[in-house]
Write a protein that binds this ligand. Structure first.
Ligand code: CU
Length: 162
C-alpha cells in the first residue's frame, strides 16, 4: 500500500520534471528566434549622376539612413546590422568599393582584393549590381567611405550611428 503510493508519487515527479524540461527547451528556442528577428537589416539604392557622383534614391529597412537626391551623401549605418547596397549605376560601369580611413579597400565590387573579402562574419555577398555585408564591430572600426573605383569623384562618407 505504502510502496504503491511512493511509486505513484515518483511517477508524478518524473512527469512534472519532463514537462519542465520540455517547457524550458521550447522557451530557449523561441528566445533564439527572437534574437535573429532583431538583427537590423536595411537596403540603400544608389543611382549616379554621370561620372560625377552617386546619389541615394531609396532606403528600406532599419539601421541605415542618408539624404536622398543629393550628390555623394554621407550614409549612416548602425553596427551589427546587415546591409545591401543596390548599385543602379552598375557594378561594371561604376564599381562600388568600401574603404578604411587610409583609402584602402575593405571589400567591394572592383576586382582589387579587400581586407574583409573573406571574413566569414562580414559575409560579403555580391549579386548582380547588389552587394550585401554584415557590419561587424571590427569592420565598423575601419569603415570610412564608399567610392567608385573608376571615378574618384564618386565618393562619400560612411558614418557610424551613435
Ligand atoms: Cu563611376
Amino acid at each position: 500500500m505504502h510502496k504503491s503510493t511512493l511509486q505513484k508519487l515518483s511517477t508524478l515527479i518524473a512527469i512534472i520534471l519532463t514537462l519542465f524540461m520540455f517547457i524550458s527547451c521550447t522557451s530557449t528556442n523561441t528566445g533564439a528566434m527572437d534574437d535573429e528577428d532583431e538583427l537590423l537589416s536595411g537596403t540603400v539604392v544608389l543611382e549616379n549622376n554621370g561620372a560625377q557622383s552617386y546619389t541615394v534614391s531609396r532606403i528600406d529597412g532599419d539601421g541605415i539612413s542618408a539624404e536622398t537626391g543629393t550628390a555623394n551623401p554621407s550614409i549612416t549605418l548602425t553596427a551589427g546590422g546587415r546591409y545591401t547596397f543596390v548599385n543602379q549605376a552598375g557594378a561594371s560601369s561604376h564599381p562600388l568599393d568600401f574603404r578604411n580611413g587610409d583609402r584602402e579597400k575593405l571589400f567591394g565590387q572592383s576586382n582589387a582584393a579587400g581586407q574583409f573579402d573573406s571574413d566569414s562574419d562580414v559575409n560579403v555577398v555580391e549579386n548582380g549590381d547588389s552587394i550585401t555585408f554584415t557590419l561587424t564591430e571590427s569592420l565598423a572600426a575601419s569603415l570610412a567611405d564608399y567610392i567608385c573605383s573608376f571615378h574618384p569623384g564618386m565618393n562619400g562618407n560612411l558614418v557610424l550611428s551613435q
